[in-house]
Ligand binder design. Sequence first.
Ligand code: GLA
Length: 383
Amino acid sequence: MKTKILEKFKTLYGEGAACYASPGRVNLIGEHTDYNMGFVMPGAIDKAIYVAIKPNGGTISHVYSVDYDEAVDLDFTGEKPAQQWACYVFGVVKEMEERGAKVPAFDMTFGGDVPLGAGLSSSAALESAVGFALNDTFNLGFTREELAKIGQMTEHHYIGVRCGIMDQFASLFGEKGKIVRLDCRSLEYKLEPFNPEAAGCKVVLFDTQVKHTLASSEYNVRRAQCEAGVAVVAKHVPGVESLRDVTMEMLDQYKDEMDEVVYRRCSFVINENQRLLDGCAALEQGDYVTFGQKVYGSHEGLSKWYEVSCKELDFLVDIARKNPGVLGARMMGGGFGGCTINIVKAEAYDAYVAEITEKFEKEFGRKPRVIEVVISQGAHKIE
Ligand code: GLA
């Protein structure tokens, strides 16, 4: 992929480009908790967006997307571009300028192998790759944390998704073989070794190939529902600013003052945070069985209480539950499509993949994509 991006750059804009990569992510547990100031456990993966870049000395930037086979000219003093893919690049530059940076014009080609719309955060990978590349090329002096926020705000202001910080943070801070255990309120994080093989397990994703687009989806609605729940509790309990500050007792106490749906959404988030903490404690003991139970619990909550699953995802998790070789499975990411993440005993792995493939195909008339991931390095320059 890297070679392809560089070759395209050479054809379009000439020699001398520098190359950068920033990866997609998986998340072990803790879904829809990031924008509620809770905890998440993502890791960067071995699939990334690659960016080739060179300053062009002019006033207009030229950007080419290999995946869309399309070029745009970007003028950052003008309106945002019509193509959504170009809005990511445009938004990152504008957010940098918003923070006082002067970003000179550049030529850029980009593309990658993070499947689009599969819940692996291809868009965060793009924002992080572009941000990281510009920061390094023009010595802008942003920290990785600032770059994560720049990516997140690009989503908010230029794409229309009020996402949390998890995806960009994982893409920028991830390390090989390590999970990023992140507190989304303080942004304190710990890189924890994640080595399922040592416990005789494997992690695999099944992509339903149902594409989600969060911008037009229910994602922002979920966020607003959580905020509505917080507002009710905050009227009574001083210091409550997010669901992180709300306990199930508080929620139950003021249940009558909120919409039933709001109550269900908020209880999911509070329980999901607790599942993450319990799951994390289990993982520290190498107890993948208990961890797997939490993963199943997460799916149940996402499907029934938060209602962000879909029939294909539920179908996959139902098969997992009946297979004693599978320790845990759940939908991953924003929802409404994309992948399930599965923790499987190594000895049961091959048969399980075959079972899933066969049953899914019988039900939906197509095979799910099987994606093996390796937890890998976050944003970096490619020498
Ligand atoms: C998407 C968002 C993240 C996070 C997840 C759900 O990936 O971009 O910020 O909210 O959904 O956990």
